[in-house]
Design a binder for this molecule. Sequence first.
Ligand SMILES: Cc1ncc(C[n+]2csc(CCOP(=O)(O)OP(=O)(O)O)c2C)c(N)n1
Ligand SMILES: [Mg+2]
Length: 580
Amino acid sequence: MQGSVSDVVLAILKKHGVRYICGLPAAQIGLIMHGASSDPDFTYVTTRHEEAAGHMAHAISRVTDTMGVCFGTVGPGATNLVPGVAAAYADSIPLLVMTGQNQAAEVDPSREQLQSADQLALFRSITKWNASIHHAERAPELVERAVHIARSGRPGPVHLDIPCDVGTQLCEYDLATIPPFELMRPMPGPQELQQVLETLMGARKPLLLAGGGVVRSGATAEFRALLEATGFPAISTIMGRGVLPPDSVFNIGSGGLVAGQCVIDACENADVVLALGCKFGTFTPLSKEPAFPKPAGQKIIQIDIDAESIGKAAAIDIGLVGDAKSTLQSLLGMLADAPESQITSDWLSSLKKSQQNHHDSVEAVANAKVVGGGSVLNEALVARAISELIPDDAITIIDGGQAMMWGTTFIQADDPNRILADPGMGHLGFGLPFANAAKLAHPGRPVICVTGDGALGLTIQELETAARYGLNIVVVLLNDSHWGMYKPFGEMLNNPNFGTQLTKVDFAKIAEGFGCHGENISTIEALPEAFQRALTAGKPAVINVEVEYTPHPMDFMWPGVILHGFQFPEPEQARMQAIA
Ligand SMILES: Cc1ncc(C[n+]2csc(CCOP(=O)(O)OP(=O)(O)O)c2C)c(N)n1
Ligand SMILES: [Mg+2]
């Protein structure tokens, strides 16, 4: 075909299965916008802020298993995209980010034209790869390369910068010459897999660990089959939530450290860990000096699609490059001839006991109804009540600080595509754009966003995007009028000016102003009916629930694990020790 660079970019993306394109209008990338918005094969959405377009593309990629695409204009459009792209990079999500640029002759180095920005430098550290389409002839090759890099190995965002004059030039492309992208599924050799099986079956205290790579590879069924066939205890990371059935006896905790002391107990006491598609991030308490040193004799087997990720963030003993699905299929096929398991008889039951303790402690907080002696609802109670109301086929997004801790605790899902978060960057404000994207891709399913008042405020303008496109999501807002997670920090420092206190905002009124349904509620009894009204409102809805900041049993991980090494002034040291 012959067409403008913009036409060819869209044709190649379509060939690779891209259906959704999100961004914010501007002149420099106008032809792509014109093409995408005129083509019925694309769903084209404009947001109120480019950050939201980045988050939407991220969520689209996760709920459709395709590559998300977002765009922004030169300068401020590009800089506004950064938070969404950085979050996708941290969560290993494939995106194509397209930025408009000034005329090719005006950039590198800039001639101080309006909105000039070195956008290649800007995105370099938050993408796997980026390039400028500086000449029309190179466009097809660079777009193909972008798609391939984004989706191959450990996926991630890629970026193309398109000077406005190049975007309008003509180029040639033969769609038939390159087939649509197909995922490569590398696999360890049979001897290596045999070594894995022998090590695992020889373990006294084996532990299986599912990361986001299991989800991305579509290997949930295979992971569950391994669980059932071996009877070994298992945990998942936050990106791996939904891989383990919530009610499985082998599931010790889905959500890394947030899932309780039982996850720490499992990681500290296991003698062999088989980790699949896991990056060993902060929330995975394995081989994390100084808080979670690797116990003597513990063996960690890491299987990951990306060679560079092997041994990067944990001291591993066996590291193999393999796609989770194909590797698990092979392992399952070899199980019949595997040596007999040497698992200790009380290993699983001891972890179940620890899990029960965690369960009891969070239930006790929820049962207390109020904290701090006031009459305001506690977040645990509200999160538990929401978990009971969420329909089976819903997609739930969990944003916020303390709201995230309690939401993650009580809201479980038996399918990875039913529950989304952003644990890599923990970028507050992703929730509402994620919800919009999930509803866009799955209009027939309920989409629920559980969030905090601080988090919602960061992208609240996207309520208008929801209303404009008829994305009838339900936002359940745990509103404590604080940057709640940091409330104890200010208190610990005895500093009332620390700045965690926010104004009590009437979010229901704000929702109405954006064309949505809004309700304020302050009793738990009011929640079920308010939730039903929100689900059937015929427009996006916000239920603003007045809550009080509620401590969580795993709060110690913030000062004790994540901030380890941060020197507090005396006498705050002692107060911090008390919290940790
Ligand atoms: C964009 C961004 N800025 C700052 C933070 C640090 N942070 C983590 S939790 C939190 C407080 C969140 O407040 P809110 O959303 O109201 O939830 P709450 O803790 O009150 O439940 C902050 C500021 C972050 N994670 N992301
Ligand atoms: Mg809050």
